[in-house]
Design a protein around this ligand. Structure first.
Ligand SMILES: *Cc1c(COP(=O)(O)O)cnc(C)c1O
Length: 296
């Protein structure tokens, strides 16, 4: 199996005309390069859960996700590397043809169990899994250990060089980690990938145990909601790739890059700002798009 290598992370300039025009300097931290499957922020969010599991006497690891979940397949791959038995609780009925994400997770040895959307909402485990021998990682790695892992993302760059750190958010675990790891004079700009996720701010605050004036969340770049997309977004992702050679995923990073470009156009960032955009991976999810939609 392909080895996971955080040393593959690079800091790439994003030569995008909109950024030049706004007089801001934009760099992208390419977490997508550490591994094609355990991509981006997922390894960071998992690392301390895996350490905690190994220190414990638990026998198997359980986590939750949907059919296209980056977190599910990343957990499966990480457990495969570490020889940890793992179970994925999947939202909804088992489809006649499994998503490529779930096929991959199963190939890594993850045992998949499908539960109804209703049970999933309550994170209701099947009776036979309610054992003390199982170690549970919350959906998306949300939790203190997930946040602490995400905070180590900024160890791979000289963070003091930036005025703003920007990232996409689902559960907000990564955003909380970034907030923890940044300085008092740095802004953290978060783009929600979900529609109307009014609990995001509360989720972040409850992890960091503070309310921060350095945190700014944008809710208007969801393109229809979680895992939804629109032609405008896909067109932008292709243009962004053409100009910068940086690929993005349509669920998270594409929306984040789009939002930052839009905010730059609106002169949200003062001239001379130096932005660090976190490329949190997720490229495997693009396989759910029709072939030829993206040029990368
Ligand atoms: C999971 C994921 C996120 C969201 O991370 P949270 O910590 O849940 O907010 C962002 N980008 C990508 C590519 C992801 O896979």
């Amino acid at each position: 199996m392909e080895a996971l290598n955080p040393l593959n992370i690079t800091l790439d300039a994003a030569p995008f005309p909109i950024f030049n025009k706004a007089n801001i300097e934009v760099s992208v931290l390419r977490l997508d390069k550490i591994h094609s499957v355990i991509s981006g922020n997922k390894w960071f969010k998992l690392r301390y859960y895996l350490e905690d599991f190994k220190k414990s006497t638990k026998k198997a690891l359980i986590t939750f996700g949907g059919a296209w979940s980056n977190h599910i397949v990343a957990t499966a791959a990480a457990c495969n590397q570490e020889n940890i038995p793992c179970i994925g609780i999947i939202r909804g009925e088992e489809a006649a043809t499994l998503s490529t994400t779930l096929i991959e997770a199963r190939n890594y040895g993850m045992h998949l169990i499908f539960i109804t959307r209703q049970d999933f909402k309550q994170k209701k485990l099947p009776q036979n899994l309610l054992s003390d021998e199982n170690y549970i990682i919350p959906e998306g790695g949300y939790g203190i250990l997930g946040m602490q892992g995400a905070a180590t993302i900024l160890e791979f760059v000289n963070k003091n060089n930036f005025t703003h750190v920007c990232c996409a958010a689902g559960t907000g675990t990564m955003a909380a980690g970034i907030l923890k790891a940044t300085n008092d004079n740095q802004q953290v700009v978060v783009i929600s990938a979900l529609r109307n996720n009014i609990s995001l701010l509360g989720s972040i605050n409850s992890l960091t145990c503070t309310e921060s004036s350095r945190l700014q969340i944008f809710h208007d770049y969801h393109f229809g909601g979680y895992a939804h997309h629109q032609p405008e977004l896909l067109k932008f992702m292709n243009e962004f790739y053409q100009q910068t050679k940086i690929p993005s995923d349509f669920v998270y990073t594409g929306k984040m890059f789009f939002a930052i470009a839009d905010l730059a156009t609106l002169k949200y960032f003062p001239e001379g700002s130096k932005l660090l955009l976190i490329h949190s991976g997720g490229l495997q999810g693009n396989t759910s798009l029709e072939k030829g939609t993206l040029i990368f």
